[in-house]
Design a protein around this ligand. Structure first.
Ligand code: SME
Length: 156
């Protein structure tokens, strides 16, 4: 049985799959995904995407306050997720070397790389206003959400 505050990622996965079924437009898919996650995740202050364009990350669809537009690959939590091709689970952003503070309220963060046909195309980035908001279960749940996205994007 799950605790009251535990996010039901399986349910979000199902909702996402039906929400983006048959859709081919990247911006529309990512916009609705950010809105769905914003509706379903508690204690977050930013959720959205950065997409690789001309060898850097550029701000994509998101929910939250306006954010930095350009992030170099290898810089910040997002750029590190790309250069290491690995989910970044950051309990306290102030201890992450080179963390880029777009929103001063952000205290913890999770970033999951997104792949299409074996190539990394960008990241899902979520910020929280409390330390230690995300754990391994969140990482697994969000990776499963990203897999739903990847499957849909790979079809086209
Ligand atoms: N904190 C991120 C920058 C993006 S904002 O969180 C929206 C980073 O260090 O890459």
């Amino acid at each position: 049985m799950s605790t009251i505050n535990e996010t039901n990622y399986t349910l979000i996965e199902k909702q996402l799959a039906s929400l983006i079924e048959g859709e081919t437009n990247l911006i529309a898919i990512l916009s609705n995904t950010s809105a769905l996650l914003n509706d379903n995740l508690t204690q977050i202050n930013w959720v959205g995407f950065y997409l690789i364009d001309n060898n850097e990350l550029i701000l994509g669809p998101f929910q939250g306050h306006p954010a930095c537009v350009h992030i170099a690959i290898g810089k910040g939590v997002c750029g590190t997720a790309v250069s290491e091709d690995k989910t970044q689970l950051v309990e306290d952003v102030h201890t992450f070397p080179g963390h880029i503070a777009c929103d001063a309220n952000s205290k913890s963060e999770i970033v999951v790389p997104i792949h299409v046909n074996g190539e990394i195309i960008g990241v899902l980035d979520i910020d929280a206003p409390i330390k230690g908001r995300f754990n391994k279960k969140d990482a697994q749940g969000l990776q499963a959400i990203v897999s739903v996205l990847e499957n849909q994007l790979a079809k086209h």
